[in-house]
Write a protein that binds this ligand. Structure first.
Ligand code: APR
Length: 232
């Protein structure tokens, strides 16, 4: 049986595909703090602004292409039972060839009814605007988990982490919970690696984590070879 490789990814893995991360740089969008447009309160008070933000991000994500890091993870499926848990709302893992992707924070290419969260629609790269309604007559909203909202996919993600033989974290500042806490569900004896340009503060004191410093698209293909040699 193949060993289980569980990978938690964040905005850093898509940075080299040209998509902006949240906390590198100024963290601003048209002078709004990104966090301020990603809340239910912002959507209630200024829906047009929030929809514009996601319409722009949806378009940018559709234009971006998967990079060597996304592809290396897809190639690892030949050797491991790979589960990807991503905080990213782009679909670059899927387009890079990964078949097992759990989106913790939702997906840009989907929208849903504001009233009925189970009414979800694929819209690809299209824009939605104020007045665009679902079949139940309520306003469409992005299928995104906003700050202050529940994270329905966290339970299945925890279960996946509990089964990890090897755990890998790529391109996340590990500042947003509950995603940042998932590493605690990984069995003690399973090797853990973090690939990032900087070691996330919350991982600084954990001696069981191997930190590999650098750009994901350079480091992941190298780690891929090492994992294949070491664990097969
Ligand atoms: N290769 C590897 N790591 C990189 C690269 C790169 N090319 N570029 C940036 N990074 C790292 C940064 O050093 C940082 O640690 O990626 C991380 C990006 O962190 P954040 O911008 O905080 O993104 P993320 O951790 O995914 O944010 C979590 O916050 O706003 C919310 O819901 C949003 O899912 C998001 C969540």
């Amino acid at each position: 049986m193949k060993k289980s490789l569980v990978v938690l990814t964040g905005a850093g893995i898509s940075a080299e595909s040209g998509l902006k991360t949240f906390r590198d740089g100024d963290g601003l969008w048209e002078n709004h703090k990104v966090e301020d447009v990603a809340t239910p309160e912002a959507f209630a008070s200024n829906p047009a602004l929030v929809l514009k933000f996601y319409n722009e991000r949806r378009k940018a994500a559709a234009k971006a292409n998967p990079n060597a890091a996304h592809k290396a993870l897809a190639e690892l499926e030949e050797y491991f039972n790979v589960h990807i848990i991503t905080q990213n709302v782009d679909d670059l893992h899927e387009r890079g060839g990964s078949s097992n992707v759990l989106h913790l924070h939702g997906e840009l290419s989907k929208v849903r009814s504001e009233r009925n969260p189970s009414q979800i629609f694929d819209i690809g790269s299209e824009a939605i605007n104020v007045g665009d309604k679902a079949e139940d007559g309520s306003q469409l909203r992005p299928h995104i988990v906003w700050f202050g909202e529940a994270v329905p996919m966290i339970e299945p993600a925890m279960e996946v982490c509990e089964q990890a033989d090897v755990f890998l974290v790529v391109g996340t500042s590990l500042q947003v919970y509950p995603a940042a806490g998932l590493i605690r569900y990984v069995p003690k004896g399973s090797p853990k690696y973090i690939i990032d340009k900087f070691l996330p503060e919350s991982a600084e004191n954990d001696k069981n984590i191997v930190f590999l410093e650098g750009a994901a698209s350079l480091v992941l293909p190298i780690l891929k070879k090492k994992l294949i040699e070491e664990f097969l």
